[in-house]
Design a protein around this ligand. Sequence first.
Ligand code: SAH
Length: 209
Amino acid sequence: MTSQRTRERLIARLQDQGITNFAVLDAIRSIPRHLFVDEALAHRAYEDTALPIGHNQTISQPYIVARMTELLLQGGPLNKVLEIGTGSGYQTAVLSAFASEIYSLERIKALQEKARQRLRALRMNNVVFRYADGNVGLQEKAPFDGILAAAAPAEVPQELLEQLAVGGRLIIPIGEDQQKLYRITRSEQGYHREFIEDVRFVPFRSGLR
Ligand code: SAH
């Protein structure tokens, strides 16, 4: 159920849905997603679907992880990345293959701890986990080449825009019931916003838990 064949089926599905970046597909092929969910759900880990991870949160759908990573990789180097919403740590693990330094913020301590253990076991050592509210980003480590939000705020937090490097990209779902995924790129002149597609994410919340 967690076999190579099951994983290949997932990769084929992602390609059918338009994921073309081979490095991203390779990362998804090699990262053991079954280790990012409870054992009882491990048999569903290579389905292209979000799954519960407790605390009312979900591990993102592989398609959306692939898509967001692909979007982040387009448009320039990716040294320093900020992720808002570690969750299971699965998206973080994928990012770990592409960026040199990743800062991942999570407001639910229990999820953060599990994610930290998983990445340690996989020897992904370029990730710094912070128990923090992502609303204000992480000023002390800014600017970032990429910022990726795994939860949807009603509007783009101003701090995240300000913490982008020139040339940096923010990939973020926006909206309450109906959500839209955007890529916002910072240039010398300002910000350029592109609509990507309709999506469904868990809500972006304020404060720590
Ligand atoms: N990509 C993750 C998805 C996690 S779900 C995965 O594949 O597992 C989104 C996560 O964002 C949840 O864990 C939630 O607690 C977190 N979150 C929501 N609002 C946040 C905020 N303001 N700051 C930090 N984390 C937040």
